[in-house]
Structures are given as structure tokens and as C-alpha cells.
Design a protein around this ligand. Structure first.
Ligand code: ZN
Length: 300
């Protein structure tokens, strides 16, 4: 998921000035509702001529050209080219831009969706017990899906391991952290599943990144992957891949145990399900796997 970036009014005005410089005072501009309407108001303040309807205009203006679908529709319908404050095709930005006129809108949209869902269930969203439910759901989801604040999938939270301070290594070359609890959400059913991860890894010999990883760092790494829509398999594999990719581990075995609340058997509803993921250098899997598995099983 793209990172969100709040665009300030100041930045809007600067971008609008650049847009105005490009098209000059001559053409009559029409703002595409709804973002473009705000842009045309700012442009009017800079001296641009504003057209009340697309039929009176020479150019359309918008806040952003994202997929390009709106601009294509305006071209087909009114024969107008669109200029925007930001054009995704320019490749100059990769964030999800939130304009001043959209602040708080995403949250309101999410609440509306929950309200509509309650109506579709056949209940009355205005009865006292439900009136604040959409707000509570959205607040809860902010925490439950906080993993999306990290970069997507495989790269998620790798920086957590990179930034972590080195712990002094013990004598044994295999480290174990047991019982890292997680709460996650099944991507097939949007139902919660929760459980714990046991992780065993063999420290890499020598090198700058030698040393163990603290339990709290490991817990943050697990949360970054768990607090999003995923599956137990993916979660287990991604944590293993992240630890292997950090350069701290020669080989790693992750075992997860979880219970699911899902509606069908494929998610192992109602039973404790176990998943494992192993990462080890090519050609060494058998021996290391046995060692790590024994370590996870024996050292209690
Ligand atoms: Zn499920």
C-alpha cells in the first residue's frame, strides 16, 4: 500500500502557481468536481479565467491525474485536455496524496461503509447500541491493520531488524525466541486469527551483523506482518524471510500455532493449526533443519 502524504494548502498554492504558469491567463479553466473545483478556486485567486461549465472551457483542471481514467472521460465527453496539480505519470511521486479538502474523508468513508453494512444486515444503525459502532470499528481497525504503515509485504519491517541494536551473542550458535503472540486477520474471510510464533535461528558467523535479535524487536517484526490482511502461511513465511534477509541469521525456522474463527474448513476453523517456514542456504537444508527443529522442540 502507498504511504499517505498530507498535502498542505501552501503546497497546493505553489503547485497551482506552476500550473498557472504553464497555461497562462488566456484559456478558460473548468474544475472537475470535486477536487478540481478547489483547484479552480485557487487558480481564480491567481488571476485565471474560470469557466462555469465544461462547454465554456478551453482546459479542465483537477487535483490529481491518477489512473488517467477521469482525464480520458473528460476528453471523450467534452473534448477538453486536463491539467492537474499532480500527475502520477510524471513519476515524481509515489505516495497516496491527501489534499486539504479530503482531510478526514477516508475515515468518514470507512464509517459510512460500516453503517451501510449494518443496514444490509437488516439492523437499524441509529438505535442507541449501534450509533457509535462504525466509529468504534474504524478505531479498532486502525490498530488491527497498523501493519500497513510499514512497507508492503516482504520488505515490511526489515528496517526494524536493520535498526535494532546488536544484542551480545550467547555461547550457543542457535538462538530461540518462543511464544511471540500475534493477532492477525484472515484475508479470505476478514476474520481474526491469533496465536504465537516460535523462532529458532542460527546466528551468522562473523560479519557486521553478527549477534542476536531481541524479543521486543522480533515482536515488532511479527506485528508488522500480522496486522494486515494475510494468512497464517504467509505470516509464517514472511517472518522467516525477513529474518533470513536481515543478514543476521545463517538459517531460520519459524513455527506458528494459531486458532481461527473462519467460516470454512480451509482456514482450520476452531482447531489449533501449525505452520512452519524454513530459510537456509542452498544445499544445507537437511542438517540445519534438523538442528533447528530439535532446538525448538527440546529446549523448553
Ligand atoms: Zn479464513
Amino acid at each position: 500500500m502507498r504511504k499517505q502524504r498530507q498535502v498542505s494548502w501552501e503546497e497546493v498554492t505553489q503547485s497551482a502557481q506552476r500550473l498557472f504558469d504553464r497555461c497562462g491567463p488566456e484559456p478558460r479553466l473548468w474544475g472537475i468536481p470535486r477536487g478540481g473545483t478547489y483547484v479552480s478556486a485557487v487558480l481564480a485567486g491567481l488571476g485565471a479565467r474560470i469557466a462555469p461549465t465544461p462547454q465554456d472551457a478551453d482546459l479542465a483542471v483537477d487535483d490529481i491525474i491518477d489512473s488517467g481514467r477521469t482525464a480520458a472521460r473528460i476528453k471523450a465527453e467534452f473534448g477538453l485536455e486536463t491539467l492537474a496539480l499532480y500527475d502520477r505519470a510524471s513519476g515524481t511521486f509515489d505516495e497516496w496524496l491527501v489534499f486539504p479538502w479530503e482531510a478526514g474523508k477516508l475515515e468518514l468513508d470507512a464509517r459510512d461503509t460500516i453503517t451501510r453494512l449494518i443496514q444490509q444486515l437488516g439492523d437499524d444503525p441509529n438505535r442507541p447500541g449501534l450509533r457509535k459502532t462504525p466509529e468504534r470499528v474504524v478505531n479498532g481497525w486502525r490498530q488491527r491493520f497498523s501493519g500497513y504503515r510499514h512497507a508492503r509485504n516482504g520488505a515490511a519491517a526489515l528496517h526494524l531488524l536493520e535498526d535494532a541494536t546488536e544484542e551480545p551473542g550467547g555461547n550457543a550458535d542457535i538462538d530461540i525466541i518462543r511464544g511471540i503472540e500475534f493477532h492477525s486477520t484472515c484475508e479470505r474471510h476478514i476474520q481474526p486469527f491469533h496465536g504465537a510464533l516460535d523462532i529458532a535461528w542460527r546466528r551468522r558467523d562473523g560479519g557486521a551483523r553478527r549477534g542476536s535479535i531481541s524479543a521486543s524487536t522480533m515482536a515488532r517484526l511479527v506485528n508488522a506482518h500480522a496486522r494486515r490482511l494475510t494468512t497464517q502461511e504467509q505470516l509464517t513465511a514472511q517472518v522467516a524471510r525477513a529474518i533470513a534477509g536481515s543478514g543476521r541469521a545463517h538459517a531460520v525456522l519459524v513455527r506458528s500455532t494459531a486458532s481461527h474463527l473462519c467460516a470454512d474448513g480451509e482456514c482450520q476453523t476452531g482447531v489449533e493449526s501449525i505452520r512452519e517456514a524454513l530459510h537456509s542456504p542452498p544445499g544445507t537444508a537437511g542438517g540445519i533443519e534438523t538442528q533447528l527443529r530439535e532446538a525448538l522442540t527440546e529446549r523448553r
